[in-house]
Design a protein around this ligand. Structure first.
Ligand code: AMP
Ligand code: GLY
Length: 425
């Protein structure tokens, strides 16, 4: 089969790596991909947002299945456009992708169906938002969020009224996140451990993937601004069987079922970002795609054929293919460019990559990289994902940290505490 992966991050390299192991695979394309995907697939220079270009390419090359990594093409309706041309594609259509595309839609959906989430109010103007943060319904800290997609940055934690008003101005007056800031959500601050709960759905049934925990803040100890994710481990240390069942029964099943009832059949990956609070798990956000970096530790634990599973989900038979998982732990540490997630330079020479990648049991998935004449260069904020899977989390992280110490590029930084459990929280 010919398979096209859309995207260029560590997630797409990891998906490509896993799909490459499938006996069903004949030819793998990645659009646009990175230096790492270039080693396992043919990189095609089409942007993930150039939907017409991707449709043309898939039709011309007779691609049998397209797998979409990032959220933007999904919210733009890539699935609808592919399906119009009878091209097979894995992911939710535009209506279903609203769960991620509009935080207001997601919050109101949860409210309608009593799916546990933090208390919230919606504002259409800065004045209204300021009135809400000053009202008795909320106390500090609270969270101000842009409605639309803002690459993980449109969420501002505010400790007092002044900070909240500044956040509202940033989002709604200065429009730092563009149109995403036309409306905002004011939300109660939830306290607990975060977890990423990710399932594959065919729109009716679900197949859960192994649990993971992401580390979103840029610095050790969860300090500094949020990023797309600086590392992840699997399984989540905080989800036992009881919690797992609660998440499935109170959150995941109701979400899939109610979306179906609302005429928004959700096919693809449902990623539920959770806060495990003292009152039980509550939804922070929905994503309509695989996590990045969560996918990296997940594929390392996955036995069997991911491609078969994705095909079954597209056909509406997700339960036909069980996924078998390694009982081992797995982990991923992101090596990022200096200044990420705010301002960073590209084009730095990467050294030591082959040596690190040759460590037994280490997989390096590329994110922002390019290659010229055999030399790798940085080409993005998150550059490399150093990953492993061993019997215990401690062995896994030890191996990753030994390998990452061999890699160097100017101003490279990474968190030293991925997988460390902080009990004081
Ligand atoms: P979101 O994009 O809505 O998931 O927000 C990004 C990150 O901000 C989350 O992963 C949390 O770390 C944090 N966050 C968002 N909403 C809340 C909340 N209501 N309470 C506490 N932390 C939050
Ligand atoms: N790692 C967070 C995300 O994929 O949204």
């Amino acid at each position: 089969m010919k398979i096209l992966i859309v995207g260029s991050g560590g997630r797409e390299h990891a998906l490509g790596w896993k799909i490459s192991q499938s006996p069903l695979l004949e030819k793998l394309y990645c659009a646009p991909g990175n230096a790492g995907t270039g080693n396992i697939a043919e990189n095609i220079p089409i942007s993930p947002e150039d939907i017409a270009g991707l449709v043309d390419f898939a039709a011309r090359e007779k691609v049998d299945l397209t797998v979409v990594g990032p959220e933007v093409p999904l919210t733009l309706g890539i699935v609808d456009e592919f399906e119009k041309q009878s091209l097979k594609i894995f992911g939710p259509n535009k209506n279903a992708a609203e769960l991620e595309g509009s935080k207001i839609f997601a919050k109101q959906f949860m409210e309608r169906h009593r799916i546990p989430t933090g208390k919230f109010e919606i504002a259409d103007s800065a004045e209204q938002a300021k009135k809400i943060v000053g009202s008795e319904r909320f106390s500090f800290p609270l969270v101000v969020k842009a409605d639309g997609l803002a690459a993980g940055k449109g969420v501002i934690l505010c400790r007092n009224q002044k900070r909240a008003e500044e956040a509202i101005d940033t989002i709604m007056v200065k429009k730092e996140f563009g149109e995403a800031g036309n409306r905002t959500i004011i939300e109660e601050f939830l306290v607990g451990k975060e977890a990423s709960f990710i399932v594959i759905s065919d729109g009716v049934k679900i197949l859960p993937l192994v649990t993971t925990m992401d580390h979103k803040a840029v610095y050790d100890g969860d300090k500094g601004p949020n990023t797309g994710g600086m590392g992840a481990i699997s399984p989540s240390p905080y989800i036992d069987q009881k919690m797992f069942d609660e998440i499935i029964n109170k959150i995941v099943f109701p979400t899939i079922t109610r979306m179906l009832e609302e005429g928004r059949k959700f096919k693809g990956i449902l990623y539920v970002g959770l806060m495990l609070t003292a009152e039980g798990p509550k939804v922070l956000e929905y994503n309509c795609r695989f996590g990045d970096p969560e996918t990296q530790p997940q594929v390392l634990r996955m036995k069997g054929d991911l491609l078969e599973v994705l095909l079954a989900a597209v056909e509406g038979n997700v339960l036909e293919k069980e996924i078998e998982w390694s009982p081992n732990a797995s982990g991923c540490v992101v090596a990022a460019s200096g200044g990420y997630p705010i301002k960073y330079e590209k084009g730095k020479v990467i050294e030591g990559l082959d040596e690190a990648a040759s460590f037994p049991g280490i997989e390096v998935f590329h994110a922002g990289t390019t290659v010229r004449e055999g030399q790798y260069y940085t080409n993005g904020g998150r550059v490399l994902n150093i990953c492993a899977s061993e019997k215990t989390l401690a062995e896994t992280m030890d191996k990753i940290y030994r390998a990452i110490s061999r890699i160097y590029f100017e101003a490279m930084h990474w968190r030293r505490d991925i997988g460390a459990l902080r009990e004081e929280e």
